[in-house]
Design a protein around this ligand. Structure first.
Ligand SMILES: [Zn+2]
Length: 291
């Protein structure tokens, strides 16, 4: 059975657990951590560095401040839309996402587990209360008007996948950190799992349950390079749940997967929607499939 037929066959069987990664959002203008060769291109700040001192948090927030102005304008792309349609048709069990951009939900997916959090919130490391990221942004602007003006100049620097940019150190003045509105701590951080942090165990257990109840694990736009996602593929393999990989580059799960589809997500998913649901609104059904 060719890849296209196999994918349609797995989708028609239902209870497909989708796991998504950064590759799903590259068409929305958000870059991937890794290139097609699987090599990590950037080294984000670890939580230990973040906790260690106000200087690290000043650097983090000043970069994140600039990155957020662009990150928040990203829109779902057709691949997000296709997945939302498959979910709407009742074929998906859930979507576990390693992305922190909230784009799957904005495309209409409802059952989304955010494994690594969401950049749209900030959380206090002292009292664990959360606040809206936009509120933090406004506070930061109010507290640091000179930096905010300088930051305008940094807007065209490359954006990192975690919403950060490589900002010139000279732009980081004496940043005043935004404090937690509940307890006053300055240990406010974006509500995402930073490097060196773990995904909360109840969330991991819930995902393992989803794997066990699924008929297929479909990995979309992720090389599964980090263990936080790879372990679910390993569990699926142990339970003999078929694993379909969908990404253009390397995958850590090559050896345990049933299939690896190395084609652009939006094409493969569009074909899948045609094959399984019959049509895609707003497109010329099937005529561009090219095979
Ligand atoms: Zn607090």
């Amino acid at each position: 059975m060719d890849d296209r037929s196999y994918l349609a066959h797995r989708l028609r069987a239902g209870k497909v657990l989708v796991m998504t990664g950064a590759g799903l959002s590259t068409d929305s203008g958000l870059p991937d951590y890794r290139g097609p060769d699987g090599v990590r291109r950037v080294q984000p700040m670890t939580v230990a560095e973040f906790r260690a001192g106000a200087a690290a948090r000043q650097r983090y927030w000043s970069r994140s401040y600039v990155g957020w102005t662009r990150f928040r304008t990203a829109e779902p792309n057709p691949a997000h839309d296709h997945l939302a349609r498959l979910e709407g048709a009742g074929l998906l069990a859930a979507t576990i996402t390693q992305n922190v951009d909230g784009l799957a939900q904005r495309a209409g997916s409802r059952t989304v587990i955010e494994l690594h959090g969401n950049l749209g919130r900030a959380i206090c490391l002292d009292c664990r209360s959360t606040v809206d990221r936009e509120w933090v942004q406004r506070e930061f602007t109010r507290l640091n008007p000179a930096f905010a003006a300088d930051a305008e100049r940094a807007r065209n620097l490359p954006l990192r996948p975690d919403g950060d940019v490589d900002i010139d150190e000279s732009l980081i003045h004496d940043i005043t950190l935004v404090h937690c509105p509940t307890c006053g701590s300055d240990l406010l951080k974006p509500d995402v799992v930073m490097f060196g942090e773990s995904v909360p165990k109840p969330l991991v257990d819930h995902c393992f349950d989803l794997v066990a109840a699924s008929r297929t694990l479909l990995v979309v736009g992720s090389s599964l390079g980090v263990m936080s996602g790879y372990r679910f593929a390993r569990r699926a393999a142990a339970l003999e749940v078929p694993i379909v990989l969908m990404n253009t580059g390397w995958s850590r799960a090559e050896e345990i997967a049933t299939r690896h589809v190395h084609r652009p997500l939006r094409e493969v998913l569009q074909e899948a929607v045609w094959d399984v649901l019959g049509d895609v609104p707003g497109t010329d059904s099937g005529s561009e499939s090219g095979d």
